[in-house]
Design a protein around this ligand. Structure first.
Ligand code: FMN
Ligand code: SF4
Length: 427
């Protein structure tokens, strides 16, 4: 039986992804027309029934987020789509924006209708230049067809969507830094509360959702929340786009139903990862991007769902799965992860700005025989815990997640080069 599903990716093979005629022929905008004849409460009820969890990484229930914003009376409201996609190993939003831009835009327009929003913004990763151009062209087509502009879909609402380009900072994917950057300010996180639903873009009530989350909205409206839920896991409906990369045979974006495929199948099934390249052996996999946990072969039978992964100390995160073979040293791998976070730390708070440097310093010592002491290992874990507990935003709070999980799985590798253990040396 196929482990793949084409719930969200249906239509991804269209030759002209920004043609309104082609999209309509394939059933496009049926959801928007249906939404225009529903109350906001009815649409939100379907999103809640679908148990759609935010696909940007934090897995916050979209239905509750939408309900919260609906209850806020202040206007104008804004819709912001997070297309920053800075998480290494993650390229599924790129896939959606390349292949299914009109489905994403339909999802944003439906959100605009629900909240009677003034405008929508898509904050697109700076490196995705071609995608930005394609989205601008798609928006022009939508204007010409009457789906954007004045009185959209006969609803009485005037609504437009603007494209904002990021400039290559990972922290700008954090929702409050993203709003600051959209406003033209430095891309640094805001203190929360106030929640962005209350004080968001231009200090107005704002919905921030990931590309994949919003692209799921048309199909939830079309098929209803209950049907969507049944396609996935009882706690989180529908499908997930996963990004396989690293040492597996097949690399790319795959759509799987949530709760029906194990990690083993994801990595080894011929339709999915296809096993380890060059006849190699799996050593570990890194889930959800650089900010996610590392897992080992003992966890391969865990089912890929938000609930099952969490129980196993793992997480879905962005959907990235970086597969590493037995030739990779865990210390060298963690050094490169930490270098990434040093590069991307915005410098606003001490635990992240300084903590990442301290982690790298100790990891470098651990990679040289006889250089580090048992005290360094204690410090490594102390710094990691402090960062997790005290950093200002999600970047610093999760920067040591891979290290903390790897410590439990590969302790011998951390200890191998400790001075007392190296033959002929004492501390
Ligand atoms: C450092 C950092 C980077 C992030 N990068 C992204 C990103 O590139 N794309 C994204 O959708 N969410 C990203 N997030 C999560 C967002 O803050 C937010 O949770 C998400 O956009 C909400 O949308 P969702 O509920 O649909 O997932 C990031 C969070 C942090 C802390
Ligand atoms: S944790 Fe602190 S220094 Fe790191 S990115 Fe967030 S605000 Fe900036």
């Amino acid at each position: 039986m196929s482990k793949l599903i084409n719930l969200l990716t249906e239509g991804a093979d269209c030759n002209d992804p920004i043609s309104i005629t082609e999209y309509e022929k394939a059933g496009g905008f049926a959801a928007l027309k249906k939404a225009a004849s529903c109350t906001p409460e009815e649409i939100i009820a379907e999103v809640k029934k679908a148990k759609l969890l935010g696909r940007g990484g934090a897995a916050y229930p979209s239905g509750s987020k939408w309900e919260h914003l609906l209850h806020i009376t202040e206007t104008p409201k804004y819709i912001v789509c997070n297309a920053d996609e800075g998480e290494p190993g993650t390229f599924k939003d790129r896939f959606i924006m390349e292949k299914l831009p009109l489905k994403l835009l339909e999802g944003i327009i439906i959100a605009g209708l629900v909240f009677r929003a003034k405008a929508g913004y898509i904050y697109v990763r700076g490196e995705y230049r071609k995608i930005q151009k394609q989205l601008i062209a798609a928006i022009e087509n939508l204007h010409a067809a009457g789906y954007l502009g004045r009185n959209i879909a006969g609803s009485g609402l005037d609504f437009d969507i603007h494209i904002v380009s990021g400039a290559g900072a990972y922290v700008c994917g954090e929702n409050s830094a993203l709003l600051n950057s959209t406003e033209g300010k430095a891309g640094r996180p805001r203190i929360k509360p106030p929640h962005l639903a209350e004080v968001g873009l231009f200090l107005q009530p704002t919905l921030v959702n990931n590309v994949e989350s919003l692209t799921n909205i048309p199909q939830i409206v079309n098929m209803g929340g209950d049907t969507y839920l049944q396609k996935g896991h009882p706690d989180s409906g529908g499908s997930k786009l996963v990004c396989l990369s690293g040492h597996c045979v097949n690399r790319g974006v795959f759509e799987i139903p949530l709760g029906k495929v194990s990690l083993r199948e994801l990595i080894y099934d011929p339709q999915l990862g296809g096993g380890i390249a060059n006849g190699g052996k799996l050593k570990f996999f890194h889930l959800g991007g650089q900010s996610g946990p590392i897992g080992s072969i003992d966890q391969l039978d865990t089912v890929y769902s938000y609930t099952d992964l969490k129980k196993a100390g793992l997480s879905v995160g962005s959907g990235a799965i970086v597969v590493m073979d037995e030739n990779i040293s865990i210390i060298e791998y963690l050094k490169s992860v930490t270098e990434f976070f040093i590069h991307e730390s915005c410098g606003k708070c001490v635990p992240c700005r300084e903590g990442n440097h301290q982690l790298l310093k100790i990891l470098k010592k651990l990679s040289i025989p006889g250089e580090a002491t048992a005290g360094d290992l204690d410090n490594l874990r102390r710094v990691a815990n402090t960062m997790t507990g005290a950093a200002f935003c999600g970047l610093g709070q999760t920067a040591a997640a891979s290290l903390s999980s790897a410590w439990k799985l590969f302790r011998a590798e951390f200890e191998a080069n400790i001075a007392a253990k190296v033959a002929g040396r004492t501390t």
